[in-house]
Design a protein around this ligand. Sequence first.
Ligand code: SF4
Length: 370
Amino acid sequence: MAGVYFHIPFCKRICAYCDFYRSAELQYIDSAVEAMHSELEEQAEYLNDKDIRTIYFGGGTPSLLQPTELQHFIEHSAELFDCNNVGEITVEANPDDISAEYVKSLRKTAVNRVSLGVQSFDDDELRFMNRRHTAEEAVAAVKRLQDSGIENITIDLIFGVDGFGDEVLERSIDKALSLGVQHISAYHLTIEPSTTFYRRVQRGQMREVAEECSEREYLLIEKRLCEAGYEHYEVSNYALKGYRSQHNSSYWSGAEYLGIGAGAHSFNGAGRHWSVQSLTEYIQQREYESEVLTAKDHYNEYVMTSLRRCEGIDLRVIESRFGQQKLKTVMAAAQRWIASGDLVADGHNLRIPTSRFMLSDAVIESFFDV
Ligand code: SF4
């Protein structure tokens, strides 16, 4: 069981908070797509004949590609891998790319899930973040997709933005809920070096929000979405029943994946590799960096990805994968957190209550093997 990820690193406009690997040099799109097909062939053995369950087009802005180009990648994957059991094919899209024509063409492909980078339903906040769509365009995009019969739509929201308080956030939540999408991802804004926001903070033109504000907004989102029937299944992710992201869930449960595109990461169970983050180099000749994961890395990754999900650590997995001694260490480390209420012992599992996910770093780090 494995996934394929296609990284489309192009963006028409760079958002003020973004530090992902992306490029505004749209003149490279065609040659990058060609190079990605070559890379798919070159890496066909990487997953050792595992059957593919999910395909994900992420970015950047995958909706800058025509749906026919997405379908070409899907068909090429099916020539190289066993794709008979693929259940979820997601494309990330910018709302203003979702024209009636685009949706019509998208419906002719095998894509069955769309992830819209909405971020906010407040126009001032969208401008502040340098997003290239308006709130109205985001609403229209969701409706157009729904009217076309796409039944699995997720939207991204950002909270913790200086100058846009609870009321603005609450209105965005109201709008998101009124649209009846199946999945919502809510991310706290982080101000990363090399972003416009970082430079604004350096110049004293904006601030990172206070911790109390972050926590309040986080709890507001959780309360509103859970009351509306969404399950808070991972720190930043909420889903209606049956609509968890299969692709991301497989990453978090240690499944293998092949990443195609400049800077995309791949994991084959034993280690990772990733191509250089340079479009021109990627197009000419792909070179990879790699790391082999040690037993300690596997354990730390398991702890981190498990404690960020509502199920938490499965103690049976700790014992079977990492041994009895490790199980004893985990149980000993857990006691003080159970006493403080930061961890709950639930049958075979140790989990962080979802209301405390936001403050979970100290808990998670205390389990790491260093
Ligand atoms: S669209 Fe996404 S990848 Fe592109 S600049 Fe904005 S946040 Fe970054």
